[in-house]
Design a protein around this ligand. Sequence first.
Ligand code: NAD
Length: 272
Amino acid sequence: MSEALPKLHFANRAAVITGAGSGIGRALALHAARQGMQVALADIDAAALAAVEQEIKTLGTECFFAVVDVRNRDQLDTFAERVFSTFDSVALVFANAGVMRAATSWLQPSADWDLIVDINLKGAAHTAAAFIPKLLAQNAAAQLIFTGSTSAFSPRPQIAAYSCTKHALWGLAEAMYLELKTLDAPVSISFLAPSGVRTAIFDTPSQAPGGEVQDMLRAAIEAMGMPPEQLAEITFAALRERKFWILPHPDFKESLQRRIDRIVAEQPPKFG
Ligand SMILES: NC(=O)c1ccc[n+]([C@@H]2O[C@H](COP(=O)([O-])OP(=O)(O)OC[C@H]3O[C@@H](n4cnc5c(N)ncnc54)[C@H](O)[C@@H]3O)[C@@H](O)[C@H]2O)c1
């Protein structure tokens, strides 16, 4: 348990998820519903949202969805208003929406830079900005979870723009955690760092030079990736303990340690 944070109960409280129409977001939403939570879903894909809402309602749980583009702060504010007027108590907010477009770093089209930064970084920051003041006003135990990535710590060639946003998200998450701690608030932050989860993240092809790495990653993850349901289970177990770091792939810790050792020893980057 993180120091001095009140226990987090899930049942009969709400979970909010951006990027809830697919992959990790969908699995988190379904897992939340199975914990007896009410669920608010946000995504840009209305059809996907409607399908997830249907699945959740068959579990007998109260649920609604809103088409929200996390690049749009006004839409997030309206969504947050609706969440707090629909549900009595919000326990979890997952700032999860994200995209990937692989490319060799200096050949990444500027439109892709904008897309990736606006969704993965600024979209997550906007989500936190829309929800944290309301969570603080609620004055009950609550956790905001940023879906980062192991790419936050270990950049991979050809996904530099994506890695940059996840590095930056790590910085935002730590700063926000410390700010909330200074307030002695019952609200805190988690940084979820998955790697290789079987989702649709690689499906939109990247036409840029180096973009073919995305197909390679997709094939590897289809063969060996973690099912999103397993990730959701690990995540909720960590949230019960209100952990800041959620590192669902234990093997990654070894390579993280090697990387830290190389930095401390002033050795240049080494992939893998
Ligand atoms: N799948 C992996 O291996 C993996 C690894 C590390 C981190 N992640 C992170 O997990 C998160 C979820 O990705 P996923 O793997 O489930 O991918 P996914 O593509 O299956 O789901 C992402 C969802 O986000 C939605 N989305 C995209 N742009 C949006 C926007 N502007 N506003 C609102 N919603 C938007 C999409 O419509 C989609 O439903 C992302 O932040 C991703 O970076 C994934």
